[in-house]
Ligand binder design. Structure first.
Ligand code: GCU
Length: 613
């Protein structure tokens, strides 16, 4: 097609990038990250959820031709041809994964456009309006009324962009281009054992804020203070001076926080009732500065390691867990509150006090509801399998996803571990990359433990990943009885290992088709999965440094790399089938095991009955 010349309907030449690939560069410059996040705690959000216009755009035509630049016009008004007309597009609900909306989009990977109109009336003078996106898989570029506002990468963490100067009094046009292509520099990279969903799959909202507002805050126990000292820190949107206030219902009446250069921190001698899974005590906390107020429900607890033990509030705790993906038969990676509560109800029926939220940051409500129902969590970023460990781009991306996760969930008592990766070959580049991430996690949040799901050191046949030196708790994935049929290797591994730190077996398991019965060594039968659980649990119980289990996995989940007649695009290691109802025989095996562990823990904490004379 010849490059067009002459007058165009839009404000830019739509054919400028017809013959080049430089079109995406301007949109990488406006990338936002953790520093741009604004807390939503206790705020009234203006929801932009609902029907948006949607169109796939595999050639990035929208960025090349600046689809965002043209005002929507009826075709009869065009003075030059256009290649899009968002008024004629199909609609999809936000939040949702486009893969679940139309059969033809099931396996679509690439760019796509979301666009909607919304009405806005200016607020008080100086009001600032932020866009808050719960998550967009994988990269998002935001345009408002024809202007490029900014971009974000990372498929599972929130981001904020300021819209203030581009808002109109009346009708506004918001467009978000989302791209979920798997790329070498992305985190995760090309190859994952879970389905690559795409889209605006968590809520989109507006925050209406005063000129100076509370960007972030933290409230918790000062580690090592004997549960008697509480910190409160606050960060404002501007380097101003003044006084903020904090109040903790039933614990602290309104108390001043001096603010210097936009930041403040106090520590107070307070002895809150401690949060634990058995007693998930939450306090209503309110912070204010000027015209801004935020509120949250916060639990106070301390988590630390001592030798090969994990101590919750100073007491040795065994983590009875299970792993879980964000994946649903109908809604894909979009998790509603009911889905999260069902997940936790099933985990509690298993006897869990702990879950591993694999392999990426889950919906913000996952940690908030775990706070409420009493479950501890391992939260992680998707530094999964092979990542470009040598590239600056991938480190910046991984580090930002970690910072966004920690910023979002730092006030969640349920989160006790930050996981910085999963099953990465032990190379020098990987060691440096993940050692830096572990250091970043500690620097951002000294109140939690750092872990990663490591692999067995095959040379020494031991738990000896070099990354362990950077971790508080060592996660270990092993599949004896499944990928390695013999359990002898597990016995040998445990006998060879002296980790000197607590170990969580972060994955073991076996595939089983729900309802398929057969012999204990008949692959993909429930009987085989049951036998693997029985043998694994018996052997793992012999290792004193194993202080937690998160068997793989609570529910069957989608993954296109599994295509036998047993799997057909599903990973069948779930203890419950993908209908999230049908339990497999191994469910009862794990439940019995956890019931015995919990009983033993109760006995160990009860005052001993005096010996009969
Ligand atoms: C790995 C990986 C999981 C995967 C599992 C499996 O351990 O961490 O993401 O699903 O094995 O093979 O089922």
């Amino acid at each position: 097609m010849p490059a067009a010349d002459g007058d165009h309907s839009g404000v830019v030449d739509p054919y400028e990038h017809l013959h080049d690939e430089a079109y995406a560069r301007p949109f990488a410059l406006g990338r936002v990250g953790a520093d741009g996040l604004v807390t939503t705690a206790g705020r009234t959000l203006v929801s932009l959820d609902g029907d948006w216009r949607f169109c796939i755009d595999p050639h990035d035509e929208g960025l090349r031709q600046a689809w965002y630049a043209d005002e929507p016009l009826p075709a009869a008004s065009w003075i030059a041809p256009r290649d899009y007309d968002d008024g004629a597009w199909q609609t999809v609900p936000v939040p949702s994964c486009w893969n679940t909306q139309k059969p033809e989009w099931r396996h679509y990977e690439g760019g796509a456009w979301y666009t909607r109109l919304f009405e806005h009336r200016p607020g008080p003078v100086g009001e600032r309006v932020m866009l808050h996106v719960g998550a967009a898989a994988y990269e998002a570029r935001v345009f408002l009324n024809g202007a490029f506002i900014g971009a974000h990468r990372g498929a599972s963490t929130p981001f904020c962009l300021e819209l203030t100067e581009h808002l109109r009094d009346g009708t506004n046009r918001l467009q978000i281009q989302v791209d979920n292509a798997r790329r070498a520099e992305r985190v995760p990279m090309h190859h994952t054992d879970w389905f690559n969903y795409g889209g605006l799959y968590r809520s989109v909202s507006l925050l209406r804020l005063p000129p100076v507002f509370i960007r972030d805050f933290g409230v918790g126990l000062v580690p090592g203070s004997g549960f008697g000292r509480v910190f409160v820190d606050i960060a404002l949107s501007a380097p101003v001076y003044g006084e903020a206030t904090v109040a903790i219902d039933g614990l602290l009446p309104p108390h001043p926080i001096p603010v210097t250069g936009g930041r403040g921190r106090i520590e107070l001698e307070l002895a809150p009732e401690l949060w634990s899974p058995d007693a998930p005590r939450l306090y209503d906390v309110t912070l204010g500065f000027g015209a801004d107020t935020v509120a949250d429900r916060i639990g106070f607890r301390e988590i630390r390691v001592e030798g090969e033990r994990i101590l919750l509030n100073g007491r040795d705790v065994v983590l009875r867990g299970v792993s879980v993906h964000e994946d649903d038969l109908h809604s894909g990676k979009t998790s509603g509150e009911a889905d999260i509560r069902r997940r936790y109800a099933d985990a509690k029926e298993l006897g869990c006090n702990f879950l591993r939220l694999a392999h990426y940051p889950h919906d913000a409500r996952a940690a908030a509801i775990a706070d409420e129902v009493g479950l501890m969590l391992w939260a992680e970023i998707p530094v999964y399998w092979a990542i470009d460990f040598t590239g600056p781009d991938s480190y910046d991306d991984a580090a930002n996803q970690l910072a966004e996760l920690i910023t979002r969930d730092r006030n969640r008592a349920s989160v006790i571990l930050w996981g910085v990766g999963n099953e990465n070959a032990d190379t020098d580049a990987r060691l440096s990359f993940m050692g830096r991430l572990a250091g970043l996690a500690r620097a951002l949040d000294p109140t939690r433990l750092v872990t990663a799901a490591c692999l067995i050191d095959r040379q020494r046949f031991a738990i000896a990943d070099r990354l362990a030196d950077s971790l508080d708790v060592i996660g270990l994935n092993e599949y004896f009885g499944w990928y390695e049929p013999s359990f002898d290797g597990l016995r040998r591994l445990l006998a060879n290992s002296a980790p000197g730190k607590p170990v969580i077996i972060s994955e073991f398991g076996a595939d089983a088709v729900a309802g398929l019965r057969g012999g204990a060594r008949e692959l993909f039968t429930e009987d085989c999965q049951e036998a693997v659980y029985r043998e694994q649990l018996a052997i793992l119980a012999t290792a004193p440094y194993v202080r937690g289990l998160t068997p793989w996995i609570l529910y069957d989940f989608r993954t296109e790399r599994r295509q036998t007649a047993f799997q057909r695009g599903w990973n069948r290691k779930g203890l419950i089938a993908e209908d999230k109802t049908t339990r497999k025989r191994a469910f009862a095996v794990l439940a019995d095991h956890y019931s015995a562990l919990a009983a033993a823990e109760t006995r160990s904490t009860q005052p001993q009955e005096p010996e009969e004379p």
